[in-house]
Design a protein around this ligand. Structure first.
Ligand SMILES: [Zn+2]
Length: 482
């Protein structure tokens, strides 16, 4: 069965065909966090869906190259830094670090690149793209000195969201700073500096200012993955205007179709309601961990509902996730015991249960996780019944354990410490305190907080450990005699 995905652009299930002529390499771009606060569990639902997508494609033999951007300059980060009376970079650094720690707890694979919007090379690219758009008549500088995209000149604008452009004109309320625009739907590519921006700003052909959020993603996506991308993901909130704008900007510059498959993850509700701080049902990962749940339990709870269906987060649901995982743990323990025995039981294999492809095939079908998990638990029931009746051969138990090791590459939920190989490489056992320091340092490096990274290196050196930074992560070795 071919892999199929529901493409938001066509609103249809489509057979997945990568751009790579050899059919093996897949480029994925995923919109990442805006680092002005801790990410909430609704954000993590989307990141876990993207992780499931990547892991399943890898299980199917594809080589995935994934980029996730970090938005570290926008209205919210600037406001946060101003209120905290610290420079923008200083304000966003701890949230970047917390984000990397959180995804590690949730066993989310790291993207190959985490570009940050404030990186000068990307700012330069944003300026270059905006210049191209102006030259092509697709953008203009308004009286307020900001530069806007001219949506009337891009006929496909609205196609992703299936949005009728005329609806935009009937919007009643207009914010004061939007009077300068030609059309209410025109969105900012470059925002002219104003007092509230403080020391945040870059020079450009249109004067001092900063990029709009949408152009950040277009610039970073095309810089790292080229003009055309296989899959672009995000939450449904991102469809309009963010992804619609990404298409207009990217295609306006390159003249090529930007994305082949758009995949969007539905909302997360808490107790059936929209999550919001005012309702007191707003949870970060830390909030859920504090209640005594583990990273893998939270991962499972956020993963087990099909990505296009709303997920209702409840504490009962967390208990169910815990029970489901303990059923898996118990099942594996029993299988391992039987796999280790030498002779077949007298009543062996009266029933026919052998691993098949049903789990992976369910995921081929637009990542149907509910069907895949349904098959997993049916398997557990049947093999448990066979084990109760002393009818499961050691060879069959081993076959199911092998099958599980493939399944778990996608689910990543088995008990025990889960080490992201990218993070830290070492030989032998690493003491707990050293591991913690190394992990913090790896996160500091990802967040490009090199001062902190150097401090941690000195600390580790003082404790007798040598560190070498390699392309796979940091390699730790114990100094002789230490
Ligand atoms: Zn984006």
């Amino acid at each position: 069965m071919p892999i199929r995905f529901f493409n938001t652009y066509s609103r249809e299930l489509e057979e997945f065909r990568p751009r790579d002529p050899n059919g093996r390499r897949i480029d994925i771009y995923t919109c990442g966090p805006t680092v002005y606060s801790r990410a909430h569990i609704g954000n993590f639902r989307a990141y876990i869906f993207e992780d499931l997508l990547q892991r399943h494609l890898e299980l199917r033999g594809y080589k995935v190259h994934r980029v996730m951007n970090i938005t570290d300059v926008d209205d919210k980060t600037i406001r946060g830094a101003r209120e905290a009376k610290i420079p923008l970079r200083e304000f966003t650094a701890p949230f970047k670090q917390a984000f990397f720690q959180d995804i590690e707890r949730l066993r989310i694979k790291r993207a190959d690149n985490f570009p940050a919007a404030t990186d000068q090379q990307y700012i330069d690219r944003m300026v270059a793209m905006i210049s191209t758009l102006i030259a092509r008549g697709l953008a203009y500088q308004a009286e307020d000195k900001s530069v806007y995209f001219r949506i009337n000149r891009f006929p496909d604008y609205g196609k992703l969201a299936h949005f009728d452009l005329t609806q935009l004109q009937s919007t009643g309320r207009v914010k004061h700073d939007e009077y300068d625009k030609e059309h209410i739907g025109d969105f900012a590519l470059w925002k002219a500096w104003d007092e509230e921006d403080g020391d945040v700003g870059w020079e450009s052909p249109w004067g001092r200012g900063r990029p709009g959020w949408h152009i950040e993603c277009s610039a970073m996506a095309t810089a790292l993955l080229g003009d055309q991308i296989d899959i672009h993901c995000g939450g449904v909130d991102n469809i309009f205007p963010h992804h619609e704008a990404e298409i207009a900007q990217s295609e306006g510059c390159t003249g090529k179709k930007f994305v082949r498959y758009w995949l969007h993850c539905a909302h997360l509700l808490v107790d059936g309601q929209k999550m919001s701080k005012s309702l007191g049902n707003f949870y970060t990962l830390a909030d859920v961990l504090e209640k005594g749940y583990t990273g893998r339990e939270i991962r499972y709870a956020l993963m087990r509902v099909h990505y296009r269906a709303p997920l209702n987060f409840t504490w009962d649901g967390m208990e169910e996730a815990r029970q489901s995982l303990s059923r898996i743990d118990d099942w594996l323990t029993r299988l391992r015991e039987i796999a280790a025995t030498k002779s077949d039981p007298p009543q062996a294999d009266k029933i026919d249960i052998q691993p098949g492809e049903q789990f992976a095939e369910a995921l081929d079908d637009d990542l149907n996780i509910s069907a895949a998990l349904g098959f997993l638990f049916e398997t557990i029931r049947e093999t448990n019944r066979a084990m109760d009746a002393n009818e499961l051969k050691p060879a069959t138990a081993r076959a199911w354990l092998d099958w599980w090791s493939r399944v778990n590459k996608v689910l990543a939920v088995t008990r025990g410490i889960h080490v992201t190989p990218f993070l830290t490489v070492w030989s032998g056992d690493l003491p707990k305190d050293i591991k913690e320091l190394a992990s913090t340092r790896a996160n500091a490096r990802l967040a490009k907080d090199f001062r902190k990274s150097d401090e941690l290196r000195d600390k580790l050196n003082a404790l007798g450990w040598e560190i070498r930074d390699t392309k796979d992560g940091q390699r730790l070795t114990r100094r002789a005699g230490a």
